[in-house]
Ligand binder design. Structure first.
Ligand code: FES
Length: 570
């Protein structure tokens, strides 16, 4: 039998093994902790600044119990916690930094397998990217969503209702006192956003990819069954070490095809596009933006959750969770794909049932016949831009309008509510310099709030185009991730107020109606914006980040570098 990885630290009688064991014993570990049993690293993203993970100190104890029950040694380690609600300028700027932290912590430490504790939006991709670049046996457990929000007799959803309430306040329809009351009512339990925002989407994606146990996506954070799942996850990773079941065996083309189709069925976040592209890049599986369009195109959105629909994650859980959705679209899935259970997707969902056909709708009553993510191309985004049709207004899916351009987010904030702004509901709002290099970090500002004067007229949606992302909890006819981005001179940089723009989602077309000669003239006069910060991580990020169509990873992080035992430290 080959020597277990952790035994390269803890096994034997040499000076180095003495050092590795002795210091570990200062916490009370007995001699037999080092007898060759699987050492399981538990990657904990707890942080008081990441409220979606505030319960992780409790959750981790259940994972540890499971590892111990299965005969492993659980050892917890912290990594950078990418919390969405507090980190500035945007948590996405730090997704790749966190992934480096995860990768190096796994490779440099004596562990045989890893449990990743994910939850808030960027934590799931950052952990999975880092772990995929190491390729030790790995399993994910998500922290679970918050309970449904309740305010004045109505259910309210994380994020989704924030955008609505803030527009109502600006339109004079909601008082400041009610706005504050809604704040407390929205986030009333531990857990992450309970709409089908990016956190719930990514929890669903890891389950669809086969990297988490069935049921991972939907159990609320406070439900005892979330703790039970944590315990079973702890047990399972010990078995996975014995089976040498690694991400490279799970994360093949079939797994990503399944995840893309599931994303269409659940009306998942546009952020899943960049995250899955980046994860695939780490594991070495070929995946392109066009795969998103091709594989997701005919998938109906059957999950009736905000922001596309009516319900929330708690309802999803009681309806049967992700296994029930996957069973509804089983004919569209690659059922033979291997998962961390050691079984196939088909075996995992065989006993799933849909207990509420209002929440998980039958396909003949789908929310949107063609869910998925549409990839638009044209002279405005030669490398692609994305839109989520299920969250857009059907009447705007084919539209021609006059561009109203904001040069960057500061320009937008300074002018959007100015009474003199020449704009009406037929216009197309264009926001530049918010992409990976431009913001930097590709912030969630693409769902620009509409001008106050139009909100007061009752306008609730307009076509908006940018190189930014948008929150998975947001909605509207919003074209995102335009590539190449404006900050590197992509065509978006050349749009002027007054230009005509055509969008045709059915034809997958995004066109700037300006002659090539005029665009060439503007290109010659274009100057790159100054970077927001000189030096530090931000400079490294801006220099090396890939465009959105390649997952916005840092170019030198793409690929799997494995988990060979590093040279001894003493
Ligand atoms: Fe953490 Fe939404 S802010 S999941």
């Amino acid at each position: 039998m080959t020597k277990r990885r952790s035994q390269h630290w803890f096994g034997g009688l040499g000076k180095d093994a003495f050092i590795h064991r002795s210091w570990m014993k200062n916490n009370g570990l007995p001699d037999d902790a080092f007898d060759g049993r699987p050492v399981i690293g538990i990657c904990n993203t707890f942080s008081d600044f990441t409220p979606c993970h505030a319960h992780f100190r409790g959750l981790v104890e259940h994972i540890k119990a499971g590892v111990l029950e299965a005969g492993g040694l659980p050892l917890e380690f912290p990594v950078f916690s990418c919390g969405e609600s507090n980190l500035r300028p945007t948590a996405m700027l730090f997704r790749n930094l966190a992934s480096m932290d995860v990768e190096e912590a796994i490779r440099g430490n004596p562990m045989d397998g890893v449990v990743l504790m994910a939850g808030c939006d960027k934590t799931t991709p950052s952990l999975l990217m880092g772990a995929a670049s190491c390729d030790l046996p790995t399993i994910v457990i998500s922290g679970g969503p918050m309970l449904n929000g309740h305010f004045r007799g109505e259910e309210i959803g994380s994020g989704t209702d924030v955008w609505k309430f803030s527009e109502d306040v600006r339109a004079g329809l909601m008082s400041a006192q009610d706005f504050a009351g809604a704040e407390s009512a929205m986030s009333r339990s531990p857990g992450h956003c309970m709409t089908m925002g990016t956190a719930s989407t990514m929890a669903s994606m890891v389950e669809a990819l086969g990297m988490a146990l069935p049921g991972n996506a939907a159990w609320p954070a406070v439900d005892a069954r979330r703790n039970r799942l944590a315990r079973l996850t702890g047990r399972r990773i010990v078995e996975m070490v014995e089976e040498d079941l690694r991400p490279s065996a799970v994360l093949g083309r079939d797994a990503f095809a399944n995840a893309i189709r599931v994303n269409g069925a659940i009306g998942g976040s546009t952020n899943a596009v960049v995250h899955l592209l980046a994860i695939a890049g780490r594991v070495g599986t070929e995946l392109t933006l066009d795969d998103w369009d091709r594989l997701g195109r005919d998938v109906p959105t059957i999950l009736d959750l905000m922001p596309s629909g009516r319900f929330l994650m708690e309802d999803f859980c009681y309806a049967g969770g992700l296994p029930a959705v996957m069973k509804e679209i089983a004919d569209l899935l690659r059922l033979d794909a291997l998962t961390v259970t050691g079984k196939s997707v088909g075996e995992n969902i065989a006993d799933a049932r849909n207990d509420n056909s209002e929440v998980i709708r039958p396909r003949d009553r789908a929310l949107t016949a063609q869910g998925g993510i549409a990839v638009l191309r044209g002279n405005l985004a030669p490398d692609g831009a994305v839109i989520k049709p299920s969250a857009a207004s059907p009447e705007l899916m084919k539209h021609r309008g006059r561009a109203v351009v904001f040069e960057d987010i500061d320009d937008y904030k300074a002018r959007v509510d100015h009474p003199a702004l020449d704009i009406d509901e037929t216009c197309v709002m264009v926001l530049k310099n918010c992409g990976p290099k431009g913001y930097p970090g590709m912030a969630e500002v693409g769902n620009m709030a509409l001008p106050q004067k139009l909100l007061k007229k009752g306008v609730r949606d307009m076509v908006r185009i940018s190189d930014a992302r948008m929150s998975g909890t947001a909605f509207g006819t919003v074209v995102l991730h335009a590539a190449p981005e404006a900050a590197i001179g992509g065509p978006l940089a050349l749009v002027s107020t007054g230009d005509m723009i055509e969008i045709d989602v059915e034809a997958r077309r995004l066109h700037l109606d300006v002659t090539e000669a005029e665009l060439a003239r503007r290109r010659a006069a274009w100057a790159a914006p100054k970077p927001a910060m000189a030096g530090g991580y931000q400079s490294l990020y801006v220099e090396r980040v890939l465009q959105a169509d390649r997952g916005a990873d840092l170019d030198f992080l793409v690929g799997c570098r494995g988990h060979a035992i590093p040279r001894e430290s003493h």
